[in-house]
Design a protein. Structure first.
Lengths: 186, 213
């Protein structure tokens, strides 16, 4: 065994990671090599010094302090709202949501011509239907760019309204304050 | 520093590898399961069992008693909060050690950024140098050499310090260290060998200086 190899094996020897055969080979080398023997002695000194480090006693009240923090964390976890109860809708929000759902449902129903013909209104011959067709006709005659712009603005406003409804009162208040701060004139 | 050293013959008191591990592991599993269900009494038992182990690891990493006390608390708090995610793939102390190591690393990073503490450490270093000079004049005995090794240990890079602490102060195997530090065994060996070589070189140079003096 060469010194370079022995030097590497010394550390494995310290960690009890050598086989009996490897230990015998290393010990045979150490018996005839003073430099490697000296290296082993220094390694053993380092390891012995490390292993005789005294255990440091933790503070007496460490357990109490830990459990106090754990209790606080546990109580916070119990009182914090769950993922599914973050949104508590107000009565107004419920009413708006119900109105939107009703409009959507009525719109879907009125698209069915068989249902529409059974109704006293919106059957194509009553005043409401005529007004609807007149309005549609007027819209068709309007400049398409202006119509798209108007629809885009209306859609954006509707989107903002729906977002604010579902964001909750706290978010609405913050949004309102932020908007007021950005207004050039108050 | 308000540290209290126990007798060297006193073990760390936690059967990690040598004393009936299966019984302890079984008990840990029961306590962990109860803790997951919010049983704070069960968690208090786990704290009682592992606080010295964790505290000593953190203390050797940070070298400051008060800071180690705080980080040990944070370690157990993080363990409590992380219990729902603990699936039992690793043993509880291994998992806890990993948290303690990460908390210590985080604290070391914070310490680096804390200028005031840097200044304090610098002052401490100057005082340390003064005591070095005094020590050079005195006869070097075994106790002094231990202090020297301890001092050198604190100046080693973190990655080397942790493997020395786990191997020689906590008596862990390569496999256990690899699990805690989430590193391949080859890397653990490389770090450990380099760390011991660094300590050996520093001890040799100190011995040489003493002989010259």
């Amino acid at each position: 065994m060469r010194c370079k190899e022995a030097s590497h094996k010394l550390q494995l020897y310290l960690d009890n990671r050598l086989t009996i055969q490897q230990i015998r080979t290393l010990e045979a080398h150490l018996a005839s090599c003073n430099a490697c023997m000296e290296e082993l002695t220094i390694f053993e000194t380092v390891v012995n010094d490390l292993e005789t480090f005294k255990v440091v006693a933790e503070p007496d009240d460490l357990n109490v302090k830990i459990m106090r923090r754990v209790a606080i964390a546990a109580s916070q976890r119990n009182t914090s709202p769950s993922r599914f109860s973050l949104w508590h809708p107000s009565l107004l929000e419920i009413l708006v949501a119900a109105a939107l759902a009703t409009i959507a449902t009525i719109g879907t129903i009125l698209q069915q011509s068989s249902i529409r013909s059974m109704l006293p209104i919106a059957n194509g011959h009553d005043g409401l239907s005529l007004a609807y067709f007149n309005m549609l006709h007027a819209l068709m005659n309007v400049d398409s760019t202006a119509l798209i712009l108007a629809l885009w603005i209306a859609g954006t406003l509707l989107g903002v309204c729906i977002t604010l409804i579902f964001a909750g009162s706290e978010m609405r208040t913050q949004w309102f304050k932020a908007m007021m701060e950005r207004l050039p004139v108050r | 520093m308000r540290e209290h050293l126990l007798q060297s013959s006193q073990t760390i008191g936690i059967p990690l590898t040598n004393v009936a591990p299966s019984a302890v592991e079984q008990d840990d599993l029961l306590l962990v399961a109860a803790s997951k269900n919010g049983d704070q009494e069960a968690f208090a038992q786990l704290v009682q069992r592992y606080q010295r182990l964790v505290f000593n690891l953190v203390y050797r990493m940070l070298q400051q008693y008060e800071e180690a006390t705080e980080i040990t608390q944070e370690t157990f708090l993080a363990a409590w909060q992380g219990l729902p995610a603990f699936r039992g793939d690793a043993r509880f102390p291994t998992w806890l050690y990993r948290i303690a190591y990460n908390c210590s690393l985080k604290q070391l990073e914070l310490r680096k950024r804390d200028r005031a503490l840097q200044v304090a450490l610098e002052a401490e270093r100057i005082l340390g140098n003064a005591s070095d000079e005094q020590r050079e004049n005195a006869e070097l005995d075994a106790h002094d050499r231990q202090l020297l090794v301890q001092e050198h240990l604190s100046h080693l890079p973190t990655k080397y310090r942790i493997v020395l602490i786990l191997r020689h102060l906590q008596d862990m195997t390569y496999e256990e260290m690899a699990e805690i530090l989430t590193m391949p065994i080859g890397t653990i060996k490389t770090h450990l060998f380099r760390a011991r070589n660094l300590l050996k070189e520093r001890l040799q140079s100190f011995n040489h200086e003493s002989d010259m003096g």
